[in-house]
Write a protein that binds this ligand. Structure first.
Ligand code: MN
Length: 214
């Protein structure tokens, strides 16, 4: 008779192990180029630390934080929209950095083409004006954060900055460009000279990738 009392526990453990096996674990997104490929704009050492240490830590933290929570089987986008605090910070930083690294390329630089180029032209008058406005806003972000080229629901482009891990996804905006202005993104290469980092970064912007997002 006693055996029967164990049955629910065995079933419960079985269900828990299956659920756990299904739980989401986010992976470190692979770099789409070699760590030294963005030199001299961004050094191999910066990429190794930024991607291999900072981003890896966000992924590890997120995976640890969501275990046993309502977030463990949600998509990254849903986690970002529904969470706050440490889960939000790590999830958003994974999303932000995935974009940032994908939007850089050793074959990048130059100017956007096609519809995105037309939209930038009609919004800012010229690509040069757009870059000037973008850099000014990115420099004005006080402390850690991000600068973005975004599109709203009507297709209108604008430049926005966000604090820390915050991003356009939470505001219903589509990110076209993502520029990390945390010091870890540039300090080894440019020290305190964020404007120099920003002006050099245009040489490696992946406009093909940005156009796909627009
Ligand atoms: Mn970063």
């Amino acid at each position: 008779m006693k055996k029967i009392y164990y049955l629910p526990i065995v079933v419960l453990l079985l269900v828990m192990s299956i659920k756990n096996a299904d739980a989401r674990a986010f992976d470190l997104p692979a770099l789409p180029y070699a760590a030294n490929a963005l030199e001299p704009v961004i050094s191999e050492q910066t990429i190794q630390l930024h991607h291999g240490k900072h981003l890896r830590a966000y992924v590890t933290n997120l995976n640890n934080l969501i275990v046993g929570t309502k977030f463990e089987n949600l998509s990254l986008e849903e986690i970002i929209k529904q969470s706050d605090g440490a889960i939000f910070n790590n999830a958003a930083q994974l999303w932000n950095h995935t974009l940032y690294f994908a939007l850089l390329s050793p074959k990048g630089g130059g100017e956007p083409k096609g519809k995105l180029a037309d939209a930038i032209q009609s919004t800012w008058g010229s690509f040069e004006n757009f870059k000037k406005d973008f850099n000014a806003l990115a420099v004005a972000q006080f402390g850690s954060g991000w600068a973005w080229l975004v599109k709203d629901a009507s297709g209108k482009l604008s430049i926005v900055k966000t604090n820390n891990a915050d991003n356009p996804l939470t505001k219903g905006l589509t990110a076209i460009l993502a520029v990390d202005v945390w010091e870890h993104a540039y300090y080894l290469d440019y020290q305190n000279r964020r404007p120099d980092y920003l002006s050099e970064l245009w040489k490696i912007i992946n406009w093909d990738e940005a156009s796909k997002r627009y």
